[in-house]
Design a protein around this ligand. Structure first.
Ligand SMILES: Cc1ncc(COP(=O)(O)O)c(C=O)c1O
Length: 350
């Protein structure tokens, strides 16, 4: 017998996006924010005291929880602080799913979900994100249904009313993964008060430029939060992350400025890619999904990487002809668009 559980032995782990060593690379492959975090963030880091590092942190993320409560308008007992949104996904699988409690979602979506389902050894019902997939999810009525909104990697936004209607028809939990919602026009936070089965995930990695820090939030009614707290690590969010994430979330004016800049560039990148004959749906996130019509996506991906321009290519059903491109600064986007135009002009990708 090997060292590992059968499931672990047989499964593939999650493949994170490539992290190039060159700091000047045009890195548009993991949906980070191209702008630095709020100036309040480094100011807060510089004020971290020795006792904050020597002692264990507040198990519930004290200052961050309080700041999130004030900014998002929900009481603290409706909030769980996490070490990145991925950690909340882990806790949700652990808390709500097992061999007899399946999960369901519509594909394509975040490729971490199937990995977590395998780890938890729970059945995963994956339907196609075509036609009336919300109706189908309601009919399946899994122990945990996941809707990623806006969806990764498509960038599409599903109206909140439709998600509310789904929540009301489900007897299990509805996890709404809002990792990218800072770049959207609406969000599902108001459903938390209305629906006892809704859990909303938020990330500090995208809209607040803190992917390296690892901080995120879960919002739900106290009963769900209390259950999630049972499965969480005792000190899941560290002392520095608590203070820094609190400072970032409180600086809403800086946050909104960055989001506006990304949205303006998103419009420009989509328009230009369409002119270059890509099929690009509108996006409510900080990335776009470009379908290559006259080019091969995998070849274009390689040619761009050879120029130190990194986008994301998923060798997955339905995504083989598409590239997911994070919206960067105007300079980064210019480099990307010029490189794509050049590669196409030289006919190097057919
Ligand atoms: C759809 C989705 N959900 C959740 C996350 C988790 O983000 P983080 O753990 O950085 O907060 C990501 C990260 O890429 C994501 O793409």
């Amino acid at each position: 017998m090997g060292y590992f559980r059968d499931t672990i032995e047989k499964m593939d782990g999650y493949t994170p996006g490539f992290q190039p060593k060159n700091p000047d690379a045009v890195k548009l492959n993991t949906n980070e924010n191209p702008y630095p975090p709020s100036p309040k963030v480094l100011e807060t880091v510089s004020k971290i005291s020795d006792f904050q590092l020597r002692r264990y942190p507040d198990p519930m993320g004290g200052a961050f929880r309080q700041a999130a409560s004030e900014v998002f308008g929900l009481p603290e007992d409706h909030i769980i602080c996490v070490n990145g949104g991925d950690e909340l996904l882990n806790y949700a699988f652990r808390a709500f799913c097992d061999a007899n409690r399946p999960t369901a979602w519509a594909e394509p979506t975040y490729s971490l979900y199937p990995v977590l389902a395998k780890l938890q050894e729970c059945p995963a019902i994956m339907i196609d994100r075509q036609g009336d997939w919300l109706e189908e999810l309601a009919r399946i009525n899994a122990a945990m249904t996941i809707v990623c909104n806006p969806n990764a990697p498509t960038g599409e936004f599903t109206e909140v009313d439709k998600i509310a209607a789904l929540a009301k028809r489900l007897s299990g939990v509805l996890l709404v993964d809002e990792a990218y919602v800072d770049f959207s026009e609406d969000n599902c936070l108001r459903l938390v008060k209305q629906c006892p089965n809704v859990l909303v995930l938020r990330s500090m990695s995208k809209g607040y430029s803190l992917a390296g820090l690892r901080a995120g939030l879960g919002f739900a009614q106290p009963k769900l939060i209390e259950g999630l707290v049972k499965v969480k690590d005792s000190y899941n969010i560290d002392a520095v992350a608590i203070q820094v994430a609190a400072a970032a979330v409180r600086d809403q004016s800086y946050h909104k400025q960055c989001v506006q800049k990304v949205k303006a560039e998103r419009r420009r990148v989509i328009d230009r890619l369409r002119q270059l004959n890509f099929i690009v749906p509108d996006s409510a996130a900080n990335f776009v999904l470009a379908q290559c019509v006259k080019t091969r996506a995998d070849v274009l991906f390689e040619k761009l990487a050879a120029q130190d321009i990194y986008v994301r290519y998923f060798r997955l059903p339905g995504l083989e002809d598409k590239l997911r491109i994070t919206v960067g600064t105007p300079e980064q986007n210019d480099k990307l668009l010029a490189a794509i135009q050049d590669i196409i002009k030289h006919g190097e990708v057919t």
